[in-house]
Design a protein around this ligand. Structure first.
Ligand code: 4AD
Ligand code: MG
Length: 441
C-alpha cells in the first residue's frame, strides 16, 4: 500500500519526498504536453503531474475519470500562481492502471451530469456519491454521528441497541411497515423510544442511534421510509431539564464537528452562511404558534385560519421557521394531536410536556416529551388510542416497578444534516434514500 493523500504532509512537499499514492481519477486535464491528474482516495485529493514520455504513453493518452491507479513520484511545491489542493503536487515518474473506467457514452460524467434530472441522479446514486458535494455530505454525516457518540459519552450516557423487529407501535398505526414474522404479525420499528425507556432503570441516561422505519405515503423533501434516528431517554428530570439538555447536545455536537478542520472546510463550502445557534433557543408554546400563524395569515391544511387543536402542517411550520430564522423549541402541544405516551402539563391538562425543535429550511428535526409515568394514566392512554395493552406489558412494567419522571426525544439525522449542510432534501443526506416508490440502488 502507499501513502494516503493526507499523510503526505506540509513538510514533505519541500523536501522532495518520494511517495506512492493509490486512488481514482477525480479530474484530468491536458495542457500542451503535460497531463494533470487529480487523484481521490477518500482522505483527500492529490494533484499529480505527468510530463515527458510518461504523458505520451497509451494509458496516459486514454486516461478517463474514475479509473483507479497507482502513481509514484516526488512531492513538490506548486509554482507561484498555479493551484492545487493544499498547495502541493506529485511529479510522477511512474504509474500503473488498476481498473479502467469507461469513456465516451458510458463515462461517469455522462451518467451523472448529461441526464441530470432528479430521478436519474437517484438511479445513479452509486456514481453520484463519488462527486464532491455528495461525498462531502457523507463525510459530514460520519463526523456528526461520531460527535453524537462522543458528546453522549462525555455526558455519561450509555448506548444500547434496541431491536428493529417489534410487535408494538410508537407513533400511530398509519405509518407501520408490517410483515410476517414466522407466522406472527410484526413491524419494522418506528422509534426505539419505548425500549430506551425500559433501559433507564438499569443504565440511567441512555441513547441509541438506530434505523427507524415509516410507511410515509406522501412524497416530501423531509420524509424517508428508512431513516437514522438519534434517540435518548433521561431519567429523573423535569421538562426544563429536557430542553436544556437538547440545547446542550445540539450545540455540543456542532462544536465537535466544527472543531474538525477537514469537516469545517467542507461545511464552509456546503453552507457558507452557517452560524452557530444562539443559546438559549427561542421557546414558543403551541398556543402562541397558532396565534402567530393566524397573525401572519398562514392558513392551516384546509385553507382556514389556524385554530387551537390544529396540526401545524409541514408547509406552515417551515414558513414560520424561515421567517423567525433561528432554532425554535415549540412546546406544549395538545394531547389530542400527540402520541399516547406524553405526560400532561400539570397546569393545563389539555396540553402535554412536549417539544419539537424546528430549524430554518427544514422545520422539525427533533420530537420529544416527558413520558407519562403514572401506571393508571398509561392504561387509560392505551384505551384512548385503541391500543391493546397486552403487547405493551414490558413497557407498562416500567411504571409498575419503580416508576420515575423521565423524558426523551428523537432526532432525525438526515433532517439535522439537511439543515447543517443546507441540502434541499433528506434524500441527499443519506447514502441510499428509501421513500415511497424507491428501494434501489
Ligand atoms: O416526531 P417523531 O415521530 O417522534 C418519535 O418517533 C419519538 N418516539 C421519538 C422519541 O421521543 N424518542 O420522530 C422524531 C424525529 C422527527 O423530529 C424527525 O426529525 C425524524 O424523527 N423523522 C423522520 N425523518 C425522516 N423521515 C421520516 N419519515 C421521519 N419521521 C420522523
Ligand atoms: Mg414529530
Amino acid at each position: 500500500s502507499g501513502e494516503r493523500t493526507q499523510e503526505v504532509d506540509e513538510a514533505s512537499k519541500a523536501r522532495g519526498t518520494r511517495v506512492r499514492v493509490f486512488g481514482r481519477v477525480h479530474r484530468e486535464r491536458k495542457q500542451k504536453d503535460v497531463l494533470f491528474v487529480t487523484l481521490r482516495d477518500g482522505h483527500g485529493y492529490m494533484q499529480c503531474v505527468l510530463t515527458g514520455p510518461l504523458a505520451k504513453t497509451f494509458d496516459a493518452l486514454t486516461l478517463t475519470r474514475e479509473t483507479s491507479m497507482m502513481i509514484t513520484g516526488e512531492m513538490r511545491e506548486v509554482l507561484a500562481g498555479a493551484h492545487a489542493p493544499d498547495n502541493r503536487e506529485l511529479h510522477a515518474d511512474y504509474f500503473e492502471i488498476l481498473g479502467k473506467a469507461p469513456g465516451g457514452e458510458d463515462a461517469v460524467t455522462n451518467k451523472v451530469q448529461a441526464k441530470g434530472d432528479a430521478q436519474t441522479l437517484l438511479d445513479m446514486r452509486h456514481l453520484v456519491l463519488r462527486g464532491e458535494t455528495a461525498s462531502s455530505v457523507m463525510f459530514v454525516r460520519d463526523a456528526v454521528e461520531h460527535a453524537f457518540n462522543c458528546k453522549y459519552h462525555d455526558l455519561g450516557y450509555t448506548k444500547v441497541s434496541p431491536p428493529a423487529l417489534v410487535q408494538t407501535q410508537v407513533e400511530g398505526g398509519s405509518t407501520l411497515f408490517g410483515f410476517n414474522y414466522y407466522g406472527e404479525n410484526a413491524y419494522l420499528t418506528q422509534s426505539s423510544q419505548l425500549y430506551l425507556e425500559t433501559a433507564i432503570p438499569f443504565a440511567g441516561n441512555v441513547y441509541c442511534i438506530e434505523k427507524s422505519f415509516r410507511a410515509e405515503k406522501s412524497l416530501t423533501r423531509r420524509h424517508l421510509s428508512e431513516y437514522t434516528h438519534v434517540e435518548a431517554e433521561l431519567d429523573f428530570i423535569t421538562f426544563d431539564d429536557l430542553l436544556a439538555h437538547l440545547e446542550d447536545i445540539i450545540c455540543g455536537v456542532l462544536e465537535i464537528v466544527l472543531g474538525n478542520p477537514r469537516i469545517a472546510a467542507m461545511l464552509q463550502d456546503l453552507n457558507p452562511d452557517f452560524q452557530m445557534p444562539e443559546r438559549p433557543f427561542m421557546r414558543m408554546k403551541y398556543a402562541d404558534a397558532i396565534a402567530w400563524l393566524k397573525d401572519h395569515d398562514i392558513p392551516n391544511e384546509e385553507g382556514h385560519p389556524h385554530a387551537f387543536g390544529d396540526d401545524i402542517a409541514e408547509a406552515a411550520e417551515r414558513r414560520m421557521t424561515d421567517i423567525i430564522n433561528r432554532p425554535i423549541f415549540l412546546t406544549h402541544f395538545p394531547a389530542a394531536i400527540k402520541s399516547f405516551y406524553m405526560q400532561k402539563d400539570a397546569e393545563d391538562p389539555r396540553v402535554t410536556e412536549s417539544v419539537d425543535c424546528l430549524m430554518p429550511g427544514v422545520g422539525e428535526i427533533v420530537g420529544g416529551s416527558m413520558r407519562m409515568y403514572d401506571y393508571e394514566e398509561l392504561l387509560e392512554a392505551y384505551k384512548r388510542e385503541g391500543i391493546g395493552a397486552e403487547a405493551y406489558y414490558w413497557y407498562t412494567d416500567q411504571r409498575r416497578y419503580g416508576t420515575s419522571p423521565h423524558g426523551g426525544y428523537g432526532l432525525g439525522l438526515e433532517r439535522f444534516l439537511a439543515w447543517l449542510c443546507k441540502q434541499h432534501t433528506v434524500r441527499d443526506t443519506c447514502l441510499y434514500p428509501r421513500y415511497m416508490g424507491r428501494c434501489k440502488p
